[in-house]
Design a protein around this ligand. Structure first.
Ligand SMILES: NC(=O)C1=CN([C@@H]2O[C@H](COP(=O)(O)OP(=O)(O)OC[C@H]3O[C@@H](n4cnc5c(N)ncnc54)[C@H](O)[C@@H]3O)[C@@H](O)[C@H]2O)[C@@H](O)CC1
Ligand SMILES: [K+]
Length: 496
């Protein structure tokens, strides 16, 4: 996973070794063309080439595609300026590409069967140029399939911010490493299936990346043979309220299915009376009002991992949070627990703890709006890590997990956006943390997010668009099977 600065760094390193940018561009363009040549829709296509190196990639692509496809090339701004660009243009023309003027393209964009976007890549900044915006509006209206070089023109490669019209992206081929913008908002919606072309650059060493099937397989905890239930780890869930009785139950059941040997819910006694509790769960009704009693704390001392927050509500909680932090057990602060934590950012969480906010809760933790979080999720993540010094899971379309290093979850589906889905996730993390004492919270967070995603994928296979959170718990067994067999999630980026 690369930032724009890192992409430039590895590019410069290649130049230092004497590998010129023209050779990199040649490999980049050739690999992208090879990826697309057999899948382009029938009919004349348009290659849009910008003023920088992204435009150079486009000229290489045009040269390869023109042999098999009717290919027009257009320079919406100016022709690429770098030394050697003229030669690339002449070579494309010699192979059959036809150069067309931008004024002729604008009224006829709808006639093209496909479009290659090589206008801007990582060098884009500021606002989308009006001419480009106009062309994009026409492509958007026509619904033409777009094939994107590196990253859609107009998307900020570091954040994913994008102001242009919605476009149908058939494929993105990026170079050397994925960019954060491919997974940000709304950039992720304009990436389509992502392919990373290895163009011979060095591998980044920053540790950021995405969760691959191999990573999940390598990090799956082994089921301890011969272990009794206490040795498989004990989870306590502190949460629930009269209005929200289901959340702790879902977290608890997910923790069991994720590997915990025993789960106990600690809920207000008034809520207990209204709860339907599945048999495998134990429940401890608390008589403390906003403060945990000595007996509650005794129960909690027996847990290996504590989940704090599901269904807790926002009437009381800050004192209980202080008490639970004081126990020194690994703590998963979720849902309303995050609301209370935001009021006490000075609290230092015990080792192996983690926070599982969605954008709105992340905003609360940082004192900013959800929209600002979504504008640059990676930056919000780093900010929260600096402030809370603990592992984080920033939930969303591409959930980010980790600490100083971030892993992106690629096992995801829109089916996960349903009430209670977050409770299930916190339960999975707790189950993994409790049953695998050797695992760090960052590893458990990444694995849990991946397993949760797979549950969603399986649940959607069974229930289509009607998935509810309890289906995710039902499908956990299949999700673990996908991990065991290194099954590839549908949105996994591919290398070429
Ligand atoms: N990192 C690498 O090692 C490689 C990068 N390559 C390509 O090079 C690209 C980066 O090249 P560049 O740094 O030349 O940048 P770009 O080609 O992304 O764009 C820079 C050009 O666009 C102009 N521009 C930027 N924002 C604009 C705006 N809002 N309105 C109008 N004009 C604007 C700039 O003035 C500059 O002329 C990558 O995205 C990739 O496609 C490849 O050639 C292979 C190797
Ligand atoms: K592009």
């Amino acid at each position: 996973m690369w930032s724009v600065e890192e992409a430039r760094h590895y590019d410069r390193r290649a130049q230092d070794f004497g590998v010129g940018f023209l050779s990199l561009m040649e490999v980049a363009g050739a690999k992208a063309a090879a990826r697309w040549v057999t899948q382009l829709p029938k009919g004349r296509g348009l290659v849009l080439a910008g003023p920088g190196h992204n435009g150079g990639d486009a000229l290489v692509v045009a040269r390869y595609l023109a042999r098999d496809h009717d290919t027009d090339v257009c320079f919406p701004l100016v022709e690429p300026q770098f030394a050697g660009a003229k030669g690339l243009k002449q070579a494309a023309i010699a192979h059959g590409a036809r150069v067309v003027e931008v004024d002729d393209v604008i009224p006829s964009v709808a006639h093209y069967a496909w479009v290659v976007d090589g206008i801007f890549g990582t060098g884009f900044h500021g606002n989308l140029d009006p001419t480009v915006a106009q062309i994009f509006e026409s492509i958007s209206a026509a619904g033409t399939a777009m094939y994107v070089l590196d990253i859609l023109s107009g998307v900020d490669a570091d954040s994913g911010a994008y102001q242009g019209p919605p476009l149908a992206i058939a494929s993105t081929v990026t170079f050397g490493g994925a960019k954060w913008g491919h997974f940000g908002y709304p950039g992720a919606l304009y990436t389509g299936p992502l392919t990373i072309a290895d163009i011979g650059l060095e591998w980044p060493t920053n540790g950021d990346g995405w969760i691959s099937p191999k990573w999940a397989y390598d990090h799956r905890p082994a089921l301890a043979v011969g272990a009794h239930k206490y040795q498989r780890g004990r989870v306590a869930v502190v949460g629930g309220s009269v209005a929200m009785t289901g959340a702790p139950v879902m977290a608890g059941m997910a923790a069991l299915r994720a590997g915990a040997g025993l789960v106990q819910l600690i809920v207000p006694h008034k809520a207990r009376r209204r709860m339907a509790v599945p048999e495998p769960l134990m429940v401890w009704p608390s008589t403390g009002r906003g403060l945990l009693t000595t007996q509650d704390l005794e129960q909690l001392m027996r847990a290996d991992v504590i989940i704090f927050g599901p269904g807790m509500g926002r009437e009381t909680g800050v004192l209980a949070l202080e008490q639970v932090v004081g126990l020194g057990k690994p703590l998963i602060v979720d849902a309303d627990g995050l609301y209370w934590l935001a009021k006490r950012p000075d609290l230092r969480l015990p080792a192996r703890s983690l926070l599982t906010p969605h954008s709105g809760e992340m905003g609360m933790l940082l004192g900013i709006s959800a929209a600002v979080v979504d504008h640059n999720r990676v930056s919000a993540f780093h900010q929260a890590y600096r402030r809370y010094q603990t592992t984080l899971v920033l939930k969303g379309l591409y959930t980010l997990t980790g600490d100083a290093q971030i892993l992106v979850n690629t096992a995801n589906t829109p089916a996960l956006a349903t009430a209670g889905s977050g409770d299930v996730l916190s339960g999975i993390v707790a189950g993994i943390l409790a049953s695998a004492p050797q695992m760090s919270s960052a590893q458990a967070a990444a694995l849990a997010t991946y397993v949760h995603g797979w549950s969603g994928i399986h649940a959607a296979r069974h229930h289509g668009r009607s998935v509810v959170a309890t289906d995710l718990i039902e499908c956990l067994g299949q999700a673990w099977h996908s991990v065991e067999t290194e099954e590839e999630p549908p949105q996994l980026p591919q290398w070429i």
